[in-house]
Design a protein around this ligand. Structure first.
Ligand SMILES: *Cc1c(COP(=O)(O)O)cnc(C)c1O
Length: 472
């Protein structure tokens, strides 16, 4: 499999070559040159496979430059009941006939990002051991991504994580989850500022190409192709669990922010998985819902981006959306470049009067948005009707998913986090706190390890430099 850029300016690369990189040199995103098609016979065989075996079948088609035995070992080390709580890895819960929740949040940080990130940790370590290189991951987080990256990279050889977060701005649970890690290769940096200050520092450091190269700075952001492809697996797993045979179609409801999760659903559908609809759910930050309803993609400014009770979906633009538009245009890199020359300047593009917009439905997408009141009502309703407690993000998916539900088509709602992470909203909905999974009872009481810094680019560079010296 060769990889190309959505903007057409990258020479073809292998999976291993794009594994550690963020953006392509031309500013675009890496995409497989073609989608491998799954035959009916293959689907029939895959139906009975375990999660790791299914993951191998899918990943080996995309990561074909990693020797098969090595890839199989990496996958088997990653998807274990010890890390993900059950042999199913992503267990399916049936609320009533035809309505299901796919549990993606039973990894170490109780959010779906663990599924891809845990594999990424093992892939990175494998790759770096091969080349003898090292990697310093620099990131900014306001919640799930940072902790998921830290739990995936802790103790890994050749990798350090420098994670910036706004001092005192994350929930106590999220803060404790990150800061309680005592691993020597994990560096929590609390910044006196807001999330945007953290992100600005990451951008400034990454734009200093001399520093970046000398210190082997890398990222694990959601545009990483390996993360997308790892997420393709559970669409297949969920399909098999919710259906009796491969003639059936299903729809998936996906709580969306950066379009990473639902992009994996799009890839699964392009590979031939019988998906009727990909139901995209947003919160009040509805830039994606607006596009699928109107054909206008209008990224928001930071000032226009609202802080909501489903905070991991609070985005102003969706970084993976370019991948879908690449496919929608028939893989026309010139057109994508033209659209994103507008987006990169903060402007909108409008497909409403072009033939492209009528083609969107051929890809199975429908959408809707939710609100604080709707997600609280949904949490309460699901709890009262089925005695199942869901978190705020999953509630957005359930709310929009049920609005698009069709008779005779099983609906699978993706559970992207556990309610224990968002106890305030849960208490608002049902009047009591969610239960904590085993091992998390005393999280906030554990000793914490972090440094506090001003929002000063040079101070962060100095800190990274020092820590690399110390542990070199
Ligand atoms: C990251 C995240 C999302 C959004 O996923 P995308 O891949 O960015 O669309 C939804 N819910 C939770 C809990 C998340 O952590």
């Amino acid at each position: 499999m060769r990889y190309i850029s959505t903007r057409g300016g990258m020479s073809q690369k292998s999976f291993s070559e794009i594994l550690l990189s963020g953006l392509s040199p031309d500013g675009g995103l890496a995409m497989p040159e073609i989608y491998p098609k799954v035959t009916r016979a293959e689907l029939d065989t895959w139906r009975s496979l375990s999660y790791p075996s299914l993951a191998f079948e899918i990943l080996s088609r995309f990561a074909d430059d990693i020797p098969a035995d090595d890839l199989r070992n990496l996958i088997n080390q990653t998807y274990t009941p010890e890390v993900f709580g059950s042999v199913d890895i992503t267990p399916l819960r049936t609320l009533e006939p035809g309505l299901h929740i796919l549990g993606l949040s039973n990894g170490p940080t109780l959010a779906f990002k663990d599924i891809a990130m845990q594999l990424l940790g093992n892939l990175f370590q494998y790759q770096l051991t091969k080349t003898g290189d090292e990697l310093n991951i620099l990131g900014a987080t306001s919640g799930d991504t940072g902790s998921s990256a830290e739990y995936a990279m802790r103790g890994k050889h050749g990798i350090r994580v420098f994670m910036l977060s706004p001092l005192g701005k994350m929930s106590r649970f999220q803060t404790a989850q990150m800061f309680s890690l005592q691993d020597k290769n994990i560096f929590n940096i609390a910044i006196r500022g807001v999330f945007d200050d953290c992100q600005d520092i990451v951008k400034a450091v990454s734009n200093d190409h001399v520093f970046k190269l000398a210190h082997r700075i890398g990222t694990v952001n959601s545009i990483n192709w390996a993360r997308i492809v790892a997420q393709v697996v559970y669409y297949f797993k969920g399909y098999f669990a919710a259906t009796g045979n491969n003639d059936e179609q299903v729809s998936f409801a996906v709580p969306s922010g950066n379009f990473g999760n639902i992009c994996a659903g799009h890839v699964a559908r392009m590979m031939g998985l019988p998906i009727k609809h990909l139901i995209l759910a947003t919160n009040e930050n509805d830039v994606l819902d607006e596009f699928f309803r109107t054909g206008v993609y209008r990224p928001r400014t930071t000032a226009e981006t609202r802080h909501t009770s489903s905070p991991s979906m609070d985005i102003s633009k969706a970084s993976n959306f370019e991948r879908f538009i690449f496919d929608l245009t028939g893989r026309n890199a010139e057109q994508v470049t033209e659209f994103w020359s507008k987006v990169d300047k903060g402007n909108a593009f409008d497909l409403s009067t072009t033939p492209l917009f009528s083609r969107v439905k051929d890809y199975g997408f429908v959408s809707g948005s939710s609100s604080h009141a709707a997600r609280i009502a949904t949490i309460r309703d699901i709890y009262q009707r089925y005695h199942v407690l869901v978190d705020t993000h999953t509630a957005d998916g359930l709310k929009v998913g049920q609005a698009h539900r069709e008779a005779g088509v099983p609906l699978i709602c993706l559970e992207t986090a556990l309610p224990a992470k968002f106890s305030e909203s849960i208490t608002e909905a049902i009047g009591c706190e969610p239960e904590r999974p085993v091992g998390f009872e005393n999280l906030e009481g554990l000793p914490q390890r972090y440094v506090v810094k001003d929002a000063d680019v040079q101070a962060i560079k100095d800190y990274i430099d020092q820590q690399c010296e110390i542990s070199a």
